[in-house]
Design a protein around this ligand. Structure first.
Ligand SMILES: CC(C)(COP(=O)(O)OP(=O)(O)OC[C@H]1O[C@@H](n2cnc3c(N)ncnc32)[C@H](O)[C@@H]1OP(=O)(O)O)[C@@H](O)C(=O)NCCC(=O)NCCS
Length: 167
C-alpha cells in the first residue's frame, strides 16, 4: 500500500465531492447541511487555484482524503491568512492520514506566503480536535450559538496556527 499526498486535479473532483458529502451527512464537520453536486465542486475548484491549494491523499489509486487552503477574508490586510478545510473518507479516519495531509498543506501554505492558518470546528468533533491539537493549533475561543444545524444552535470553535513568526 502506498500513500501519496499531492496537488489535486480535475480528475479528483468526484472523489473530493463524495468525501465532502460524507462530512456533511455525518453532521460533525460543517454547518453545511445540504449535499453538494458536481457543479458546486467544480466552481469551488476554480476558486482554489494558485495560492489557495487543494491537496489529496491517495492510497494506491484511490483518493481517500483532501485538504484545502481557503480565502479567509476579502480584505487585502488578511491576504497572509488562510482558512482550512480537511476531510477524510469515512473508513480511513483515525489512521494518521489527516495528520500527513495537514502537515503537507502547512508546508504548501508557507511556500505560498501564508503566515497563519485559521480554522473553525465543532467542539464535539473529537477526531478533528485530536488532529488540530496534535498539530499545534491553539484554541482561540468558542462562538456560542454561531450556527444553526438541523434546527438547533451549535457552538463553533476558532483555532489558529502561526506558520511564520517574521514578516
Ligand atoms: C478530522 C479529520 C480530518 C482528521 O483526520 P484523521 O485522519 O481522522 O486524523 P488522524 O488519524 O491523522 O489523527 C490525528 C490525531 O488525532 C488524535 N486522534 C486519533 N483518533 C482520535 C480519537 N478517536 N479521538 C480523539 N483524538 C484522536 C491522535 O492524536 C492523532 O494523532 P496520532 O495518531 O499521531 O496520535 C477526519 O477524521 C475527518 O475527515 N473527519 C470528518 C470530517 C471533519 O470533521 N473534518 C474537519 C472539519 S473541522
Amino acid at each position: 500500500m502506498s500513500l501519496a499526498i499531492r496537488k489535486a486535479n480535475e480528475a479528483d473532483l468526484e472523489a473530493i465531492l463524495t468525501i465532502y458529502n460524507q462530512g456533511i451527512a455525518d453532521r460533525i464537520a460543517t454547518l453545511e447541511s445540504e449535499e453538494k453536486d458536481y457543479a458546486y465542486m467544480r466552481r469551488w475548484f476554480d476558486e482554489h487555484q494558485g495560492r489557495y491549494a487543494v491537496l489529496v491523499a491517495e492510497l494506491d489509486d484511490d483518493v481517500i482524503g483532501w485538504a484545502s487552503l481557503n480565502r479567509y477574508a476579502n480584505r487585502c490586510a488578511y491576504d497572509g491568512v488562510a482558512d482550512l478545510s480537511i476531510y477524510m473518507e469515512r473508513s480511513h479516519r483515525g489512521k494518521g492520514v489527516g495528520k500527513a495531509l495537514l502537515e503537507k498543506l502547512e508546508e504548501v501554505a508557507r511556500s505560498h506566503g501564508f503566515y497563519k492558518i485559521v480554522l473553525f470546528t465543532f467542539p464535539f468533533n473529537a477526531l478533528g480536535q485530536g488532529l488540530y491539537k496534535k498539530c499545534g493549533y491553539r484554541e482561540v475561543g468558542v462562538f456560542h450559538n454561531q450556527g444553526i444545524l438541523d434546527g438547533k444552535f451549535v457552538d463553533v470553535m476558532a483555532m489558529e496556527k502561526i506558520l511564520m513568526t517574521e514578516v
